[in-house]
Design a protein around this ligand. Sequence first.
Ligand SMILES: Nc1ncnc2c1ncn2[C@@H]1O[C@H](COP(=O)(O)OP(=O)(O)OP(=O)(O)O)[C@@H](O)[C@H]1O
Length: 358
Amino acid sequence: MNWDETGPDTAADPRLVDSSADGEDQAVEAALRPKDLEEFVGQEKVREQLDLVLRAARARGATADHVLLSGAPGLGKTTLSMIIAAEMGAPIRITSGPAIQHAGDLAAILSSLQEGEVLFLDEIHRMSRPAEEMLYMAMEDFRVDVIVGKGPGATAIPLELPPFTLVGATTRAGLLPPPLRDRFGFTGHMEFYEPSELERVIHRSARLLDVEIGADGAAEIAGRSRGTPRIANRLLRRVRDYAQVKTDGGIIDKDVANAALKVYEVDPRGLDRLDRAVLGALLKLFGGGPVGLSTLAVAVGEERETVEEVAEPFLVREGLLARTPRGRVATPAAWAHLGLVPPQQGSGKAGQPGLFGT
Ligand SMILES: Nc1ncnc2c1ncn2[C@@H]1O[C@H](COP(=O)(O)OP(=O)(O)OP(=O)(O)O)[C@@H](O)[C@H]1O
């Protein structure tokens, strides 16, 4: 198969393999979200542990303990928070760290919660410091002190809160200050999904979208979904479009999925045009490295941050690229993936330290 690795228009924006949600995702995701723990695919450990936490709380007639969910975007944190509310028969309020810039914003939300309500706080690590400190007391004592006035005349008015369950979500649990982390009764770490789990997600979504898909078609999409259900669902929708136009709505099999994803430039391992441009430049222009990030970014016509934050994490996770103190280095798997042969040791450019800037 002929995949183009370099070229001037390397920016694939918006990217089909980006794990954050775009407008179309948000509209469709509501329909595709599993409604209970039973329907939620994979994450066996988190599911089992959470099931115990929720059952025990229900048996006691109590509000469930606060839950922290950590993991990359698109792995199901929002979905799980909704499931927690559904399993507890409680309403849910959804907000996010960046939306709460002042302690007063948080006080307004907390004071309007109903008893037992689930408060889902996405990107909890991005909350402002004063709001975070208010949250400590709210989580522990179901109370907040609302400060009225300024300077020496300021007074704290205590406000009792109904018991509630905070579900915090973060992409990086390590960024949370320990006092906040410690106030969660349960922490679930969401892992990337196995291809077989993504196949189940795809079959389920296909049923809901009324799309006919074969086992080999689902496997083909799953393998390119970067371990992420959101990407699996998005690729399924694009393959469905292709099948609708090119095969008159025929069944999605391996060949259809393959041909569709070639059009969308998502390769068999889930790399898109930007990923392949970065990898292609590293191998073809710099002999596999080491090469500095800035040099690599110029070579693909992208910003340094785009290469570092958008392309590299997946390439590193896939074991195709390594970040070393001397610069970016391609692994043997990278050469194999692009069907190229690494230069012989000593005869080529590869492995010569400091040759390609920083
Ligand atoms: N375990 C799962 N089983 C089936 N579908 C899933 C699962 N996890 C996620 N999904 C689907 O993937 C999509 C994205 O999930 P969700 O919005 O919960 O991710 P998230 O981790 O909250 O992402 P973000 O951090 O960007 O908010 C949803 O449409 C949901 O239906």
